[in-house]
Design a protein. Structure first.
Lengths: 829, 829
């Protein structure tokens, strides 16, 4: 195996070499200036302590490498009129990204106060990592960035996400050798098995080996050359090496390497676009090995600094106490010869300014990096066409996500031509019962496909890989460049991307205050195969806590929906697909379940987000004895079954049933825009009646959302509590006390006037639970009366007041007959 | 590059071949039986519907491969007397793990009801994925397992964690090709750069390519042979290929491959142990390519099943409606010839039983897989020796984690010989200021080391890699095999391992009910570089939500500590290092901060976990006007500064200061063993006075923990709310309203009797905040009065009641003088 060899070793003539080097120097100068200077930006006066920031923040080490690459990418963009964006994996090199977008003019266009003159340069320096200024990392504030410099690991998946369905785009993606150690990055290299050169653009990964992290050597920098090469050949790339530190040699080598790499890309694309996709091609990648803190001070106070971890952040400080450091900074900055780079007024010399691409070809101004500019609405079929017929509540069964699959199929179909919608899943699309989507497209793969494979094709639009990180990262990249998507995942394992969600939500939060960032499509999660139905898998697959993580983020950017059945799921999903700039979390089961609302009712219910289910309640025209609230499909089922049980056995009890589909309605409206006013909340939940709340997730989330409400002290929540180890659906809720019997028991406990009658019913409940346990340990499935339970009251006549003494009595030693109650029920089972 | 070639192609003679095949058949038979059968375990009667479980659950596809490997590993353990454990990455192959530990006798020893006869076999079948039975995945209940089959991706890091410091141990680790797509697994291969054959055992990774996940082909199975080989050579291994489906050929190939691989390992170890470590060796790994659902039905209802994704779970069901399926199951199970494997009574034939290793050599009985058996207490120095001298509260400054580093250094030192303590960090050990540890050991690396590297050595015990996944996974593997560890991490990025924490916590939760599992050392996190002090990094590095994830798990296994200073941090850490079977989360900043408690007071405070700080309070002998509570170092500082401000300006106000170091004390004692009784809680927080609570994390966590407390409606919590974007420490708290001025303002708002005097102080507060903003945007650092603030009251005389009218007045238009208040303060600044 040999190293890929660049085409021409000396592509730059002397003048080109001089200029590209000067451009790099200018970017380096501006980067150092941002980290260090408050004033005297052009060093036209001798550098003094008062020109230097009192607190020195930011990261230098990675920056010169980022600047080197930016300059060379500019060159090839200009020479070949390329459409390219730049992703800085080492986003802590923020000063470099800012410096380059300033040099090319984008920065001043977006931030007019930061002019291209000495005053503007001073402002550029001042604002960096300064109160009221800009972050030290690449961030939403940074022109041309779709990638936050924060948690490392996602540059390459973002790059691929951006490249999908963008055939003209080349995404240059710098991957730090620290970042390369992360798990998500290590698997991201395999994204090349999902990229189709006919329809997709290209990613040019540039692994930047600068040898050190914060304090340690990096793993990849210490691999022998042949192992490193073997690794990337194994990942399916054609690796080019650019190694060294002598600027002249490195400029020539990088220029020739980029010429070759871009030629490789173009050749692969030409071939595929003329002859169609045949087999996965070996795309180029570049391994740049250059010193950390390149061009910075070689030593500080006698200690190795360049090409060492000491360059990672601010290479030296203690300016007030050490005048030598002030001198050293001056020498360092002067070494870039600012007087040759900028004119007296601080404007970049015209011959250098010419090196930057023009207009939208500038990487800071490329509209793909501000995806909202390119975003087009999805064409959406009318979701009402997919409605499950629900003649009466609970009369039908359906698998909610399977129904949703039909809607998503047609969403996919209607947007096939625009190529701006993809569905992601970690090998769970069919397990999550979204199979219908595969009627109109396939799963994506540009790897080997066997004739026996099931709906796998190089131009498939369902992206399945067993990595939640890749699904999430691809989708983020895809959305940030102005497209739409949908991510279905097992609920428990979405925690794998907690921190990626956090970063994306923070991105959206920051964008609220950045007027030039246009709104992008929301990130839509469907969490299914959820905690309550892990029949095949059990305890290890049970964790409903993702919404706890989600609700920590700003109300402005997050939405959580718990549709109780298929029609509400359709309505909610339609809403989410139309929305912008949110993270939408939808939680819905895939198993066959009773259906409650017809489409009209579903739309109404989803529009308000929370409501009294009159058809299930019997408190009409009066205050209820108890409110039974539920959020989530299984909790809704169990609540209705409890209501059924109670209405059979205690027909006089006035029960109000409340269902919550939009979880954010529970919060005060001062906390979340969807929140109910206290008045509305009180009118639904009462101000003093017991509320038994059956919740899909960990119970305390409901307390956290409602603790300021009037009636909070009467709220009793049942949810998941890490007690699930069993394998039948009903037993799962019994073990967590969220089942119909425990809920009914809660009601009896809290409605004090039930007396002995209540005690009698509680005995029935205990017997039921014993019977249940015996049955399942014998047969391994739920009792038929549980499995086949249906809602009885949908068409029952209003219950007449009879035997009210039965409820109010508090001393009878024998329990009254239940005949009356049974008699009013019209059973369908 | 050529494939590693096994030593001898036909190592098994005819009899050995027949027996090892039969042993494999027995394991397969028992695996199928677990998935399908309720009765008739030996198929001594014709198979009928009623012998089959009504609900069919579990996973077949990966199981025959796991069984094949188990049989062959047994062979080499026996032939070479190896000390080996088995990690099943595809842990959904639970039936295989159970079957093998049953065959070798371990299962019946640990679960005496599951005897090695027909009755026991029936019980073995019945219990599988059955209510009241065992999980379908490998789990804590599974003998010999240290690895939960749930979320995929961690088998290889667990394996390496187990191998570190276990020189005689070989960890056979099966990695599924689905699992191999995950990020954590993709980077785990690089663990070989951290394993030292002198002191560590070996990992034998076996990549099992069975081609399909739930519904998709796998990425690695579709790589061309030479790419796959190149990839693993690039990762630094010597790959052996075992490919095929013909059992006879495969048995010979696997046997000869294992002979070679073990010989390679032994040769590397011998060389290193005789001559010392010189350079990283190329350890063997095996790529087993075998059909998914191997030996299962080739087709079901005319559809391809063996060697296809349809084998993934239960390959066919619908038994009641399809009698052909019953017949198919019978044919399939009979194909293993149970009558030749088990005697009439259901006992494994003696000639097969002999194939299993004996005693603790059995992989199900190896004590390394029940690490508590091997666990020895750490030798701990007296943490009080590292105390910061605190003559008076707030008189000293210290970097808490730097102090802790000295303690950890000596913990490391005292346990160097026992080699049972490691420290993990994602390249942050020194950034987190635990530098002192490197005085007695180095960072681990068996990759190339340069002379300029700083404390990097092949036998270092500080494990740094830029992957939180690897740190966490290594540590889990290390703890589960009976050792101790400590993991320091930036607070925001610990979310990367949320889901790994969840899995480990569930493991511990499950162990509570498994008497034969011995308690292991707790998993100890130090979260530092925390949300409030991200000066270099800003918003992207701010997320204090890990504790929200942690507190979702069972109270029995989780502990959260927020020590406010160095001495409390020492006390808490000592406690955590002694504890067992918990996850301990300690949150403490690394920046220089004022120190509050001397060591005696710190120990007392940490022992109770929560307490009134009398020295900061002025409510002695009476009810306070307000309780100012705080949890976390920065909130404590701001609270005390607010108290200082209020006592200066409103000396008559009676303030009680409460500090919480053990967060779990806030929960009711019915919810958490550390929880305060309501009585104690009320006596500290009062039943009716306003409580201003300054909290390190998201504020609602405090509400969630306290919503049942008497005085909850008067609790006002300030914490982090996704508003932090700035770069000076004090501004960070101001932006989040957690600063001294907002806290003081809250008090004034809630103590109603302050009247105009309060209004006047509020005006001072507004001025201070304006002044602050102007100062930082000019100078980029906090105002001197903020930077240099110190606690004034530690030795102040008790404040005399004077001018109480000043507070009680409600109508004065001019504010009274502050001289009196200022006069009582003895300023140290």
């Amino acid at each position: 195996m040999t190293v890929a060899t660049p085409a021409k070793q000396q592509p730059l003539n002397a003048d080109e070499l001089r200029k590209i080097h000067a451009y790099w120097c200018a970017a380096n100068y501006l980067s150092v200036g941002q980290i260090y200077l408050l004033d005297n930006p052009l060093l036209q006066e001798p550098l003094r302590l008062e020109h230097i920031k009192p607190r020195l923040l930011g990261h230098w080490g990675t920056t010169p490498g980022l600047n080197f690459l930016y300059a060379h990418l500019n060159r090839i963009i200009t020479s070949q009129d390329l459409n390219m964006i730049y992703i800085a994996g080492p986003g802590h090199g923020g000063p470099g990204m800012v410096a380059n977008t300033y040099l090319e003019g984008t920065y001043s266009e977006l931030y007019p106060a930061v002019t291209q003159d000495a005053l503007g340069m001073k402002q550029l320096f001042n604002q960096f990592s300064f109160p009221g200024g800009i972050p030290s990392h690449a961030a939403p504030e940074t022109p041309g960035s779709i990638h936050e410099g924060g948690e490392l690991g996602y540059s390459l998946v973002h790059a691929y996400g951006a490249a999908f369905d963008n055939p003209d785009l080349i995404v240059a993606c710098v991957i730090g050798d620290g970042e390369a150690e992360t798990g998500p990055l290590a698997t991201s290299w395999h994204s090349n098995k999902f990229l189709n050169p006919v329809y997709d653009g290209a990613v040019l990964p540039i692994l930047h080996l600068n040898g050190y992290k914060i304090a340690n050597p990096t793993v990849l920098a210490r691999l022998p050359h042949e192992e490193l090469e073997s690794l990337f050949v194994g990942y399916g790339y054609k690796p080019y090496f650019v190694e060294g530190s002598d600027p002249e040699t490195m400029h020539q080598l990088m220029a020739s390497t980029l010429d070759s790499a871009i030629a490789d890309i173009q050749s692969i694309q030409r071939e595929a676009r003329i002859h169609g996709f045949t087999k996965r091609s070996r795309f180029p990648m570049i391994i740049l090995r250059s010193p950390k803190g390149w061009t910075g001070p070689k030593e500080v106070d006698g200690k190795k600094t360049e090409d060492y971890w000491r360059s990672h952040q601010v290479p030296f400080s203690e300016m007030a106490s050490n005048p030598e450091h002030v001198k050293l900074l001056g020498t360092w900055m002067k070494s870039y010869k600012p007087e040759e780079l900028f004119d007296q007024n601080g404007k970049l010399m015209p011959e250098l300014g010419e090196l930057a691409p023009r207009g939208e070809r500038r990487m800071g101004a490329n509209p793909h990096a501000n995806g909202g500019l390119l975003l087009k609405d999805l064409r959406l079929p009318d979701f009402r066409h997919y409605a499950v017929e629900v003649a009466d509540p609970g009369a039908e069964m359906a698998e909610s996500t399977r129904i949703l699959g039909q809607f998503l199929r047609d969403v996919m179909k209607q947007n096939l031509d625009s190529r701006n919608f993809r569905v992601m899943s970690p090998d769970e699309n069919n397990s999550n019962r979204l199979n219908a989507i595969l009627e109109v497209t396939d799963r994506t793969s540009t790897a080997e496909i066997l004739p026996t494979d099931d709906h796998v094709a190089p131009d498939g639009r369902v992206m399945e890989v067993l990595s939640e990180h890749m699904c999430q990262g691809w989708l983020e990249g895809y959305l940030l460049t102005g497209r739409h998507g949908f991510f279905s995942c097992y609920e428990a394992f979405i925690h794998i991307v907690d921190s990626m969600f956090n970063q994306h939500a923070k991105w959206l939060e920051s964008c609220i205050d950045i007027p030039w960032r246009r709104a992008i499509a929301s990130l839509n999660y469907l969490l299914t195969s959820h905690v309550w139905r892990q029949d095949h898998n059990g305890f290890s697959h049970q964790d409903p806590g993702f919404i706890d993580v989600v609700t920590n983020k700003k109300a402005k950017v997050i939405r959580v929906y718990l549709p109780p059945d298929a029609n509400t799921l359709l309505s909610v999903t339609d809403h989410c697909l139309r929305s912008r700039q949110y993270v939408n979390v939808i939680i819905a089961g895939k198993q066959p379940e009773l259906q409650w609302l017809d489409m009209d009712a579903a739309i109404k219910h989803c529009t308000t987000g929370v409501g009294i289910w009159e058809w299930a309640s019997n408190d009409k025209g009066s205050e209820p004895d108890v409110v039974m609230a539920c959020a989530g499909d299984v909790p809704t089922l169990e609540t209705l079954a409890a209501v059924d049980f109670l209405r059979c056995h205690l027909p006089e009890l006035k029960i109000r049933v409340v269902n919550i589909v939009d979880l954010m309605t529970l919060q005060p409206n001062t906390e979340h825009p969807h929140g109910l006013s206290d008045r509305d909340f009180d009118s639904i939940f009462t101000t003093d009646k017991p509320v038994i709340f059956a919740f899909h997730g960990y119970p305390w989330l409901i307390h956290r959302l409602t603790y300021r409400r009037t009636n909070h002290q009467n709220l009793h929540v049942r949810g998941y509590k890490e007690e699930g180890t069993t394998t039948t659906p009903f037993d799962m809720v019994v073990v967590n006390d969220l089942d119909r019997f425990h809920l009914a028991n809660d009601v009896i406990d809290r409605v004090s006037r039930l007396g002995n009658r209540g005690a009698y019913i509680k005995q029935i409940i205990r017997n039921k639970l014993t019977e249940h346990k015996q049955y399942i340990t014998t047969y391994g499935e739920d009792m038929p009366e549980i499995q086949n339970w249906k809602w009885q009251y949908y068409n029952a006549p209003p219950v007449e007041k009879q035997g009210s003494s039965m409820i109010e009595t508090d001393d009878g030693s024998t329990a009254p007959s239940e005949a009356g109650a049974e008699g009013t029920a019209s059973s369908r089972s």
